[in-house]
Design a protein around this ligand. Structure first.
Ligand SMILES: [Cu+2]
Length: 476
């Protein structure tokens, strides 16, 4: 077992046994530890071939310091992290112990859509084997969640989400490898008693947000840093909540986006994570003290409903409230590592070589709470786009709605070329890109390695469930 796994397991042991408080064999007072998600146990069949099993089941778990009945993977929230290495062959057996149909989506992993089948249906009591090879060059942070059309929103909101961490050679970059690593699954909940609050009609329109804004299922935990440089893997696993992240007194150094490492660290004063997006950042703690990681107010154009004289008027609900997500406690006499100068060059995709340019237009019918792509609601039996394996394509995505919509494409990681005519400031691999009202985003999509039927959709999962999804069939 490598060092990272061992380290994470030690943390898991402490958290799993003591519910957030490290067990101490002496009489030293227990010290709160950061609630790291558990790690999925894998069995090595032979070098480079791993087997693992995870089940979806209703479970009573502790979130925000109270007992709640959630739908979980592996009996925990977040679900256990699948930690694998580039090049690994993975045999993941998934068992459905829910009372409803579900499946798994390996969000962001470049694997065959016949494995990561967005239309797979796994009945209660049934299982399905997800067997795939972890792509080279994909070291980064991914996740898994359900993908049953019309049921994604209630299943995800109820707790079905877990991270996938891909390790690779770039993790050994000086300035990264010595950093103290933590995974932060950002997910909000709303409870009625000890149960998940059901969706109401407004939730289906705006996307459901909850009043409990949690990190790894904990309310405003403390992260007592042992080292002065932190590597935070950030995952927005929320249905609809956006996180405009800022750490008091510290810039964030972006080192990876959805699809892995960028070419060199990018200094950011704040970082916006739309639903489904991931980012990895380095934090350099250079002074002692406590620093809040906050989600700053963000206006995603959601609407509130106001009853007036028997009429229901829609109005903008305005920006979200500021939320404190966690507090970082710097170590004494901190001495952060120098920043890595660079990682590895990313392939440059030349849009002049694209054979096809497609248009994807988001639109809304707010009164009917229906959502469309190119004026059509999702139909699993209809092929919207037909692509050719090996082609580079340019997609022009436009948001003609009033709300933000995060665009997500399965199977094929892409690079953003420009937003509203402005070139992207740096190259990165993405699988989610957010569009504000009236935005026009151009992306380059290489259709590589795998043919089959994939989908693209809004990652406000209520919108996906209410029609904002299309199909892409790639053939040889
Ligand atoms: Cu949307």
């Amino acid at each position: 077992m490598n060092q990272i796994n061992r380290r994470t397991l030690i943390k898991l042991g402490a958290f799993g046994l003591a519910g957030g408080y490290a067990l101490s064999q002496s009489n030293v007072p227990a010290k709160p530890t950061f609630p790291e998600p558990p790690v999925l146990k894998t069995k090595m069949l032979k070098p480079g071939v791993l087997e693992a099993e995870v089940a979806a089941a209703p479970s009573q778990v502790n979130i925000a310091g109270r007992k709640a009945t959630l739908l979980t993977y592996g009996g925990s929230f977040p679900g256990p992290t699948l930690r694998v290495r580039e090049g690994d062959r993975v045999r993941l057996n998934f068992i459905n112990r829910l009372t409803e149909v579900t499946n798994l989506h390996l969000h962001g992993l470049h694997v065959s859509p016949t494995v990561d089948d967005p239309l797979a249906m796994i009945d209660p009591g049934q299982s399905r084997l997800y067997e795939f090879t972890v792509p080279r060059g994909s070291a980064g942070t991914y996740w898994y969640h359900p993908h049953i059309h019309k049921e994604v929103a209630p299943q995800l909101f109820a707790g079905l989400a877990g991270a996938i961490v891909v390790e690779g050679p770039l993790d050994a970059t000086p300035g990264v490898k010595e950093a103290e690593e933590h995974l932060l699954v950002l997910k909000d909940f709303a409870l009625v008693g000890s149960r998940i609050a059901p969706h109401n009609p407004m939730d289906w329109m705006n996307g459901k947000e909850g009043n409990l804004v949690l990190v790894n299922g904990a309310l405003r935990p403390m992260l007592r840093a042992q080292k002065s440089t932190l590597r935070l893997r950030l995952l927005n696993a929320s249905n609809a909540r956006y996180y405009r992240l800022q750490l008091e007194g510290h810039p964030l150094y972006l080192i990876a986006t959805d699809g892995g490492f960028v070419e060199k660290p990018v200094e950011l004063s704040e970082l916006l994570l739309a639903p489904g997006e991931r980012a990895e950042v380095l934090v350099r703690l250079s002074k002692e003290g406590n620093f809040k990681l906050q989600a700053l107010p963000y206006d995603r154009g959601s609407t509130g409903m106001m009853g007036m004289g028997g009429m229901q008027n829609m109005m903008s609900a305005g920006p979200s409230q500021l939320e404190t997500l966690l507090t970082v406690v710097a170590p004494s006499k901190p001495r952060p590592l120098p920043l890595p100068a660079s990682f590895a060059p990313l392939e440059r995709l030349d849009p002049a070589k694209a054979r096809v340019t497609r248009r994807v237009v988001f639109s809304e019918d707010m009164m009917a709470s229906r959502f469309f792509i190119n004026e059509k609601a999702f139909d699993a039996g209809r092929v919207d786009f037909t692509g050719r394996l090996g082609d580079l394509e340019v997609w022009e995505i436009e948001n003609k709605g009033d709300m933000d919509h995060p665009f997500h494409l399965h199977t094929y990681p892409f690079q953003v070329l420009e937003r509203n005519g402005v070139a992207e400031p740096f190259r990165s691999w993405k699988d989610v890109v957010n569009l504000k009202k009236d935005d026009l985003v151009r992306i380059a999509v290489p259709l590589r390695d795998f043919g089959g039927l994939s989908v693209y959709h809004c990652h406000i999962v209520e919108h996906e469930d209410r029609g904002m999804m299309g199909t892409l069939e790639v053939g040889g």
